[in-house]
Design a protein around this ligand. Structure first.
Ligand SMILES: CC(C)(COP(=O)(O)OP(=O)(O)OC[C@H]1O[C@@H](n2cnc3c(N)ncnc32)[C@H](O)[C@@H]1OP(=O)(O)O)[C@@H](O)C(=O)NCCC(=O)NCCS
Length: 209
């Protein structure tokens, strides 16, 4: 398996990447910010994406987004092709995009929002902490990405204070060491997620009655 910082020569993978992201979101039944192949190609072209290739076959992907005049970066669009899951590939991709983010944007805080336990675990290992949305970028362009998520009405209803996703932040500027991070309590996260779902999704159903 080859993990590389992608470039224009990898444009041919953009459709595959978008289709795999969209298909996985359908299977999980969760919301997702939609990405077009053109958007992915921009990330490939500017050296802000990591691609995992098994020979010539697309196996996984993640990219960097820059927000709030480089005060924040997000590592987004993480996807591992179903054929390559459960082998630690997402962990390797996230570690590589994390290093690339710190190298290219050393003064930025790194953040992500996710409903996925796997991503929570990986982020926790990298030294991210769960935070409220108030600690993340207020760049409207970032939050606009949520408009294509099926849970966007929740984010609107809460005036962008909370949603089904959990915000996680790595603040390299606070000088906290990664080794200090404690093991994540997966059960607590799963419980938090189900509380949020029953709280927000019930309200949503009541509203639509
Ligand atoms: C989520 C995803 C990226 C994980 O890829 P992967 O290569 O199978 O993950 P890894 O093998 O590196 O596993 C990393 C950790 O997550 C855990 N994990 C993996 N899949 C999991 C799942 N579905 N539920 C809970 N934990 C999971 C692993 O056990 C591992 O934890 P550990 O360090 O405690 O052993 C992959 O399933 C995927 O592409 N899913 C669809 C897209 C998606 O959900 N993207 C995230 C959007 S925020």
């Amino acid at each position: 398996m080859n993990l590389i910082v992608a470039n224009e020569s990898h444009f041919k993978y953009a459709h595959d990447i978008c289709d795999t992201i969209a298909d996985s979101a359908k299977v999980r039944g969760t919301g997702i910010a939609k990405r077009t192949p053109e958007y992915i190609q921009k990330k490939l072209a500017n050296g802000n994406a990591v691609l995992a290739l098994d020979g010539d076959k697309f196996a996984g992907f993640c990219y960097i987004e820059v927000w709030g005049h480089e005060k924040f970066v997000a590592n987004s669009g993480l996807i591992v092709h179903p054929d390559y899951r459960g082998q630690g590939l997402a962990k390797r991709i996230k570690a590589k995009i994390f290093d690339l983010s710190r190298e290219k944007f050393p003064d930025a805080k790194i953040f992500g929002i996710t409903t996925g336990l796997a991503v929570m675990k990986i982020n926790n290992d990298l030294g991210y902490k769960p935070v409220t949305f108030s600690e993340l970028t207020d760049d409207p362009e970032f939050w606009k990405g949520c408009q294509t998520c099926k849970n966007f009405d929740i984010l609107t209803r809460t005036e962008q204070k909370m949603c089904l996703c959990t915000g996680m932040l790595y603040d390299g500027t606070s000088k906290k060491k990664v080794e200090e991070s404690k093991e994540m309590n997966g059960k607590a996260f799963t419980r938090l997620k189900s509380i949020k779902e029953s709280l927000f999704l019930r309200k949503k159903e009541e509203k639509s009655k």
